[in-house]
Write a new protein. Structure first.
Length: 312
């Protein structure tokens, strides 16, 4: 998968916040421990194949079987379980304080709805495939799915959490420094699952305040691009606040021009890629729910794409 900017696929062993550090520590422990066990197994295999008769007898003796086959796994796995649960207990979103930023994210085939909320859970802003957060502030994600099981995962900011039909799971993430953090659906969900990416943009407090203030719905410009958008059926699936477009099936496009990528992380966002996506999204991301618009001429595609990309 490719996208604008660096860092794709997402870095797994490079934590950038307090909720990803325990996961990384546990991952390294499992990796190194698994390597050590694999080395022991290879050593035992070497003795069994090429060792002396005395060593083979000791390896196959009752004492070796009790120690290596029972005591060692029982002690190591029990200790690992207890340590792992203690290490990751801080990731539980049941310990929220009420001071966290709240966002609801809904997984769909094959993109993400993003609903910003206030402290009481009321929606304040709607976007898609991209989350903006302030640095140093915990963010409580309420994770749901509109169809099949998905799994939300931004490795540098936290662990992964499944999105299961009929329930809401909660996950805490936090970024300790500004930057763009890439994520991915981590549960196979059919079709272009591998092309279901996500971006978290972490801002300084001042930059986040400016970004949030700029999210006031823009009025729709009366021009060729908007006319084509409305007359071509786009408004049946998409919303652009301040215009007659109020469709709910697809992503909200009110501020699509400010997004870094298109197609859930697979293309950089500019008029050319937007025109290509509108013309034939199926050729770019097969089996997604965006129909092709072959009926639009190149001039019309450019007019619609420039209208959308200008919307910041």
């Amino acid at each position: 998968m490719t996208s604008a900017g660096s860092g794709w696929p997402p870095a797994v062993f490079d934590p950038a916040g307090p909720y990803s550090e325990p996961v990384t520590t546990l991952a390294w422990a499992l990796l190194l421990g698994g390597t050590a066990v694999f080395a022991l197994v290879l050593a035992a295999l070497g003795v069994a194949l090429f060792g002396s008769a005395a060593l083979k007898a000791r390896l196959g003796g009752e004492k070796a079987i009790w120690i290596g086959g029972f005591a060692f796994p029982a002690v190591v796995l029990t200790g690992l379980l207890i340590w792992g649960l203690m290490l990751t207990s801080s990731l539980s979103a049941t310990r929220v304080t009420g001071a966290e930023m709240r966002v609801k994210i809904i997984g769909e085939m094959w993109w993400w709805r993003v609903h910003y909320q206030d402290a009481e859970g009321r929606e304040t802003l709607r976007d898609a495939n991209e989350l903006h957060i302030p640095v140093g502030k915990p963010v409580l994600l309420e994770l749901e799915t509109a169809d099949v099981i998905h799994s939300f995962w931004v490795p540098r900011l936290g662990g992964k959490m499944d999105m299961i039909p009929g329930r809401t799971n909660r996950l805490l993430i936090q970024a300790d420094k500004p930057g763009v953090y890439k994520g991915q659906c981590a549960e196979y969900c059919g079709g272009p699952h591998a092309l279901m990416g996500f971006i978290v943009v972490a801002h300084t407090a001042e930059d986040f305040a400016r970004w949030k203030a700029s999210r006031v719905p823009a009025r729709g410009e009366q021009g060729r691009g908007l006319e084509l958008f409305l007359s071509s059926g786009c408004a049946a699936c998409h919303t652009i606040r301040g215009t007659p477009a109020t469709g709910l099936a697809g992503p909200d496009l009110t501020h699509v021009g400010s997004r870094q990528t298109l197609g859930a992380g697979i293309l950089p966002n500019n008029p050319g890629t937007m025109a290509g996506w509108i013309a034939d999204a199926q050729a770019i991301k097969p089996a997604n729910r965006m129909p092709a618009y072959h009926q639009l001429s190149a001039e019309e595609l450019l007019a619609v794409s420039e209208y959308l990309v200008r919307r910041k």
